[in-house]
Write a protein that binds this ligand. Structure first.
Ligand SMILES: Nc1ncnc2c1ncn2[C@@H]1O[C@H](COP(=O)(O)OP(=O)(O)OP(=O)(O)O)[C@@H](O)[C@H]1O
Length: 284
């Protein structure tokens, strides 16, 4: 397994610096669902995790923070009349833009192909902060489904979250990019722990081994160089499952379309862990 990570090397990081915001106990626990590489399953995880958390009685909102190339609406088979961009431009209110998704959770969708929102302008910054601060008191959990990579918009969206859930697949390219993202978030945002879910895992135990190896590389290249402590927490593995693609093609939530399949069971476990994390006093 260590061969998988051996090509990893110190990554040159961008220079802009944002910090994670402090947590307000009376409002939502904000979790950024992000990834180094695109197409690894962030939106699939965000949507199904939100539905699974909603089944626990939690008030959940997913914000499509992939501002330039949003597609949460596609996965959820929603045709929004109002999007985040209408809120940003003052054409609609936040109340009009928040809609209920098939799993019973709330979503705030963003349009696709909006090149003006693919860059972090002061306006995008201020609007995102305003939207999140206004909505947070109404929810227990907010998931920010971000774009992939380490662009300014992605890093800024992540900085608005209290926790970071990195999605990666076991492929070397995905792990290399996950490492780069974790390194940037550690050094720029001074995050001391981040959470990792391995999607499309081929074998049970893959994720734990991968997390251990990524942790070793981080210790070697990030901790030893910067002195910053960094703990990577393995949150679970979601197996590669053909039921996922079938559900995506039918634009259904996996946990509704195939509740008993291996990937649905893994999502349920992930939701249990997240619930325990955000509501520790109710943990069983
Ligand atoms: N566990 C899985 N098993 C099988 N296929 C999967 C699994 N997870 C995701 N996929 C496939 O990967 C595709 C991409 O997933 P998704 O759109 O959620 O990725 P993403 O990280 O949000 O992409 P982007 O970076 O473009 O926003 C899905 O449409 C699905 O077909």
């Amino acid at each position: 397994m260590s061969d998988v990570l051996s090509p990893l090397s110190p990554t040159k990081v961008a220079t802009t610096s944002y910090g994670p915001r402090p947590r307000n106990a009376s409002s939502a626990h904000i979790i950024a669902v992000t990834s180094g590489k695109g197409g690894v399953g962030k939106t699939f995880v965000s949507a199904n995790l939100a539905a699974a958390l909603t089944r626990h009685g939690l008030r959940v909102l997913v914000l499509d923070a992939d501002l330039g190339l949003a597609n949460l609406d596609v996965v959820l088979n929603l045709y929004p009349k109002v999007t985040l961009h209408d809120v940003f431009t003052g054409k609609a209110s936040l109340q009009e833009a928040v809609v209920t998704a098939p799993g019973g959770f709330h979503v705030l969708l963003a349009g696709s192909g909006m090149v003006e929102y693919s860059r972090l302008t002061p306006e995008v910054r201020n609007q995102l902060i305003h939207v999140i601060d206004t909505l947070a008191p109404n929810y227990d959990i907010m998931l920010l489904d971000t774009g992939a990579g380490i662009s300014d918009v992605v890093l800024f969206s992540v900085s608005l979250a209290h926790e970071v859930l990195i999605v990666a697949t076991p492929e070397p390219t995905s792990l290399t990019d996950a490492y780069a993202a974790i390194k940037v978030l550690t050094t720029q945002q001074k995050r001391h722990n981040m959470r990792l879910v391995i999607n499309q895992a081929a074998r049970p135990g893959d994720g734990r081994a991968i997390t251990g190896q990524l942790q070793q590389v981080l210790n070697r290249f990030v901790h030893s160089e910067s002195g910053l402590p960094m703990r990577l927490i393995h949150m679970g593995d979601i197996p590669a499952d053909k039921a996922v693609r079938e559900a995506v093609m039918r634009r259904q939530l996996l946990i509704q379309a195939s509740p008993g399949c291996a990937a649905s069971l893994a999502i349920a476990q992930l939701a249990n862990r997240i619930k325990t994390m955000v509501t520790p006093t109710q943990a069983v």
